[in-house]
Design a protein around this ligand. Structure first.
Ligand code: ATP
Ligand code: MG
Length: 416
């Protein structure tokens, strides 16, 4: 088989320039996984033999060296940033100098450069460690059995699951994400370790976990991922507040709202809508906190309830560190909701000028969809620019499947 995939021209250019300077350069991680599964990659991670300063020399002002924990380089092509990292290896026990990261969590210094094969072996799962060189005839390099696991749809750690999860408990969440997003199965030993070590997630860096959460919301499988976390008894350790209400009335509403948001996201909408994502999840919990049983009864802006609402949002996502500004935005967005029931022209004119309108209108529209409100309820509210995807990204999967014969990603669950 000649592995020739349609790869973004930026990536071809980027890797071509690495090669021209006598360095190795490959696509690795989720990008290769998606290409092999006939899906359009969401983004591309690049691995290279070049060191950060060599990368900087090649790409000059296009490149920015970042990272304290390990240094990597962001290479910019117009508005798109590609992450380019130098091959690394696992540090030896002597090199493992423990230190504390920003959250006070003990981590290991792991910026030891290594060979391509060492770089593959320090990665988390076999399906995430396949290298692809898109130049020339295209070349796949798999030193860990990732290709056959991908074919089988199997999540398997590289090395002993007990050791690899203990080293970095964030990998537990990453394994569950693969199960949810791709309908993969989990290899038996890994499955057992996920149950055994789930509670260790509380030792992981909360800012890294928050990043993983945002990545869950950036894809159209958020409900499915949270449901898989719960199925593996992991949600109780990861987001205990959410786990607590999951089977309650508010939990059911949040799952239905989030599933509706996933479906719209799958169709290409809601690009970068983290505040809408968090509001969709938090809205039912906020209503409960305010003693409101049905969203249709939320038709008055509650005065002096700012603190209560903020606390409800914070508690739901605890122990993850939501930035205060984000909590305030989610709260303001939710507080605009009651005003959508007032269809007086004066009110409409005021509300559409509110900076939160674009998101609040979507929350109202999601609610109206899942609760099957009459169309007249939403009619006077003009579509917001948060609804349709930005130019050039509309219906990515669908368009790609027509042009390049790629099959679209699996559809998000219709019922949750
Ligand atoms: P996606 O970006 O679609 O969510 P991904 O697998 O590309 O999935 P990234 O967070 O972009 O995830 O990471 C890129 C690659 O880096 C992974 O595929 C994996 O090879 C490696 N990686 C990421 N996190 C870890 C980790 N905690 N331990 C070991 N390797 C990791
Ligand atoms: Mg990635």
């Amino acid at each position: 088989m000649k592995p020739e995939f349609k790869v973004h021209p930026h990536v071809i250019d980027l890797i071509g320039r690495l090669h021209a300077a006598d360095h190795e350069g490959y696509i690795v991680g989720g990008g290769v996984r998606d290409l092999l599964l006939n899906l359009e990659p969401k983004d591309y991670d690049i691995a290279t033999s070049a060191t950060p300063s060599q990368i900087k020399r090649i790409f000059r002002r296009q490149a920015r060296v970042i990272g304290r924990r390990f240094r990597l380089v962001h290479v910019r092509y117009s508005s798109i940033v590609y992450e380019v990292s130098t091959f690394r290896r696992e540090p030896t026990p002597e090199e493992r100098v423990a230190r504390e990261d920003d959250d006070g969590v003990v981590i290991w210094r792991d910026n030891q450069y290594g060979s391509r094969e060492e770089d593959a072996r320090r990665r988390d799962f076999t399906v995430n460690a396949i290298f692809y060189n898109p130049l020339g005839k295209g070349e796949l390099i798999d030193c860990v059995g990732g290709l056959s696991d991908l074919e089988e749809g199997m999540v398997r750690t590289i090395g002993e699951p007990a050791v690899r999860l203990a080293e970095d408990p964030v990998r537990i969440l990453r394994a569950l994400k693969l199960v949810a997003e791709y309908d993969f199965s989990m290899e038996e030993d890994l499955r057992q370790e996920v149950s055994r070590q789930g509670e260790k997630i509380s030792q992981a860096s909360s800012s890294r976990l928050f990043e993983e959460l945002l990545k869950i919301f950036a894809k159209p499988y958020s409900v499915k991922t949270l449901a898989v976390c719960r199925q593996f008894d992991f949600l109780v350790h990861f987001l205990p507040g959410l786990d607590r209400i999951w089977d309650e009335k508010s939990g059911l509403l949040l799952r239905r709202l989030a599933a509706a948001r996933d479906r719209r996201k799958y169709q290409g909408g809601y690009w970068k809508s983290r505040r809408l994502a968090l509001a969709t999840i938090a809205f039912p919990a906020v209503l409960e906190e305010l003693g409101i049983d049905d969203p249709a009864d939320f038709n008055e802006v509650p005065f002096e309830e700012d603190k209560t609402i903020k606390r409800a949002i914070k508690d739901l996502f605890a122990p993850l560190p939501l930035p205060n500004a984000l909590i305030a935005n989610v709260k303001d967005l939710i507080l605009l909701f009651p005003r959508f029931f007032d269809q007086e022209e004066k009110n409409i004119n005021q509300v559409v000028r509110n900076p939160q309108y674009r998101w609040a209108r979507e929350l109202f529209s999601l609610c109206s969809e899942v609760l099957e409100w009459a169309p007249e309820v939403s009619e006077p509210w003009p579509p917001s620019d948060a609804g349709p995807p930005p130019r050039g990204r509309r219906g990515r999967d669908r368009r790609r499947s027509r042009r390049g014969g790629r099959r679209p990603r699996q559809k998000p669950d219709s019922e949750e």
